[in-house]
Write a protein that binds this ligand. Structure first.
Ligand SMILES: Cc1cc2nc3c(=O)[nH]c(=O)nc-3n(C[C@H](O)[C@H](O)[C@H](O)COP(=O)(O)O)c2cc1C
Length: 158
């Protein structure tokens, strides 16, 4: 899996002080019409019961200056629950989950379906609201380390 280069997201779940969430690289687009996204979540994570309870979550795609948020939501330093949200600004969109201010994009989702496979659940999120930070660059993860875009190979083809 370490050979799969990818964007880093933080998945937030919960309401009030009943908050948790996790750092994820297993996030991908399912469809644009209907807007929906797939997240793969280890069912041993504290986020799994919370997602079942709230039936919603936010996918916060991190900007390259938000690595500390990735560390918090990976539980680094033993951080749990609402403490993972410290040191960043949050706003509520539609479902009640918290979106990260300054993230590349925030996709506020209702849980459409959770498919249990092996150790994980494949979450299908139906996007209800979106915010974007146009000038931000992505935080990436590859081969066990965080990375940033350093160059471009040419103009985008579409
Ligand atoms: C870069 C990175 C990517 C990760 N990607 C995923 C992922 O896609 N799915 C997942 O379930 N856990 C992933 N994890 C692990 C979770 O972030 C971590 O296990 C979780 O925050 C801890 O769960 P807890 O809430 O039970 O303490 C990743 C961790 C890191 C550092």
């Amino acid at each position: 899996m370490r050979f799969l280069a990818g964007a880093v997201s933080v998945i937030t779940v919960g309401q009030g002080q009943d908050l948790t969430g996790f750092t994820a690289t297993s996030v991908s687009s399912l469809s644009a019409d209907h807007p929906s996204i797939i997240v793969s979540l280890n069912r041993a994570s504290s986020s799994w019961p919370a997602i079942q309870r709230y039936q919603s979550f936010c996918v916060n795609v991190l900007a390259d200056d938000q690595q500390h948020v990735a560390d918090n939501f990976a539980g680094r330093g033993g951080l749990k629950g609402a403490d993972r949200y410290e040191g960043a600004s949050w706003q509520k969109l539609v479902t009640g989950s918290l979106g990260l201010v300054g993230a590349l994009t925030v996709l506020d989702c209702e849980l459409e379906e959770a498919i249990e496979r092996h150790s994980h659940s494949i979450l299908i999120g139906s996007v209800r609201a979106i915010t974007t930070t146009a000038e931000a660059q992505p935080l990436l993860y590859w081969h066990g380390g965080y990375r940033q875009l350093s160059n471009e190979t040419g103009p985008a083809s579409r």
